[in-house]
Design a protein around this ligand. Structure first.
Ligand code: HEM
Length: 412
């Protein structure tokens, strides 16, 4: 690792390592080993991305949090040095601007329009609805043939049904929007495919906003349509916000359900602790620990420095790209003792799996309720749940901006 330098822009290009994102064979739950080495030896250093750019990579927990909360760090994806995840993400961000890649005050103006829906109190009121969705899906699974793919039968429908109800999107269209959103979170998607998928989703959401303008119902898209009518929001902004919420609302949580289930099945001692208890505190702690341990939004938070920033003996210059690696940050021994051990009783609420600062996940109260209901129900109702294939045959999303599994064959 002696070639990795923590100095500034004078690093010879040949010495800058590629940004490692693929998890090592046989260690599907752990960040790539190179990230561990960087965290120990060169915690703020340059990496090379797919387009040849060499932004800073920040790997220590404390530095990740500090920079995510720093107003001199921008999320603006139109900046020429914004470190995009892939050609597809770059194209999608260009075509569909949403507040996740905007700075305040524009970001705050748009985010404020939807915060009430995702506030803890509002979301807690949805807990019985989420419980019913989870119970119904488990009933259907138990009544059907086995083995079954847990992703299709359970992990994907739970958050998809919930976000559809909240937004007022017809769940009957799930094949359409899931296929397009899957393309948009894959690094191997071409810009042309990303453009087409974004356009299809934009047209779809625009049509729905049109319907809600004509016939408002009791859902978030109707509330956004109301703001369009009142002149606070353009119809295009409303459709883009719908796309952001629809994709973020099911891609992430679905992966947490499937990958988290696999992680528990592969750590039977931890699963036994969860099964032996119906203490809501242990269930909540299990959810936080799985969020930390798996950090499925694993491709680093992407930012640009707006001013020179001194941190960890390095100067990040104004205009330089920055990647804040929250996955390895969540495995920093300075923040989480024995960080590579899954410990369902740890309750690591200070993790950065939902990010940190003004862009911290808007949907986290909803994700928490969904995951708490799932982890408090699935293994209790299906105590014999187990893998139906050899673990080596499970297809991991090594090519995804969100990590997870494409399928999880299980039986009981
Ligand atoms: C386990 C599930 C989830 C994980 C791990 C997750 C993770 C994240 C992360 C890391 C960010 C920060 C992005 C950044 O700093 O650049 C984020 C932002 C966001 N998330 Fe989530 N998320 C989850 C579920 C959800 C759900 C259910 C929704 C509901 C719609 C949602 C909506 C959003 C939105 C709108 C933002 C942008 C916030 C902003 O820019 O102000 N997420 N999420």
């Amino acid at each position: 690792m002696s070639t990795i330098s923590a100095s500034g822009t004078d690093v010879p290009p040949a010495e800058v390592p590629d940004y490692p994102m693929t998890r090592a064979a046989g260690c599907p739950f752990d960040p790539p080993p190179t990230l561990h080495t960087l965290q120990e030896q060169a915690p703020i250093s340059r990496v090379r991305l797919w387009d040849g750019s060499t932004p800073w990579l920040v790997t220590r927990y404390e530095d990740v949090r500090t920079l995510l909360a720093d107003p001199r760090i921008s999320s603006e994806s139109t900046h020429p040095h914004y470190p995009h995840q892939s050609p597809a993400t770059k194209e999608r961000r260009r075509q569909s601007r949403t507040f996740i890649t905007m700075d305040d005050p524009e970001h705050a103006r748009l985010r404020r329009m939807v915060t009430a829906t995702f506030a803890i109190k509002q979301v807690e009121a949805l807990r019985p609805t989420v419980q019913k969705i989870v119970d119904d899906l488990i009933d259907a699974m138990l009544a059907g043939p086995k083995p079954v793919d847990l992703v299709q039968a359970f992990a994907l429908p739970v958050p998809s049904l919930v976000i559809c109800a909240l937004l007022g999107v017809p769940y009957a269209d799930h094949d359409f929007f899931q296929a397009n959103s899957r393309l948009l979170v894959k690094r191997t998607t071409t810009p042309e495919q990303a453009r087409a998928a974004t356009q299809q989703l934009t047209d779809y959401l625009d049509r729905l906003i049109g319907d809600k303008l004509a016939h408002p119902t009791d859902d978030l898209l109707s509330a956004l349509a109301g703001r369009v009518r009142g002149g606070e929001l353009s119809r295009h902004e409303a459709a883009n916000m719908g796309i952001l919420l629809l994709i973020a609302g099911h891609e992430t949580t679905a992966n947490m359900i499937a990958l988290g289930t696999l992680a528990l099945l592969q750590h039977p001692d931890q699963l036994a602790r969860l099964r032996a208890s119906d203490d809501p505190k242990l269930i909540a702690s299990t959810v936080e620990e799985l969020l930390r341990y798996l950090t499925i939004v694993h491709s680093g938070r992407r930012r640009v420095a707006l001013a020179d920033i001194e941190i960890g003996g390095v100067t990040i210059h104004a205009g330089e790209g920055v990647v804040l690696a929250n996955d390895i940050g969540n495995r920093d021994p300075a923040a989480f003792p024995d960080p590579d051990r899954l410990d369902v009783a740890r309750n690591p609420r200070h993790h950065v799996a939902f990010g940190f600062g003004v862009h911290q996940c808007l949907g986290q109260p909803l994700a928490r309720v969904e995951l708490q209901v799932v982890y408090g129900t699935l293994y209790r109702r299906v105590p014999a749940l187990r893998l139906a294939v050899d673990p080596d045959r499970i297809p991991f999303k090594h090519d995804g901006n969100v990590y997870g599994v494409y399928a999880l064959p299980v039986t009981w």
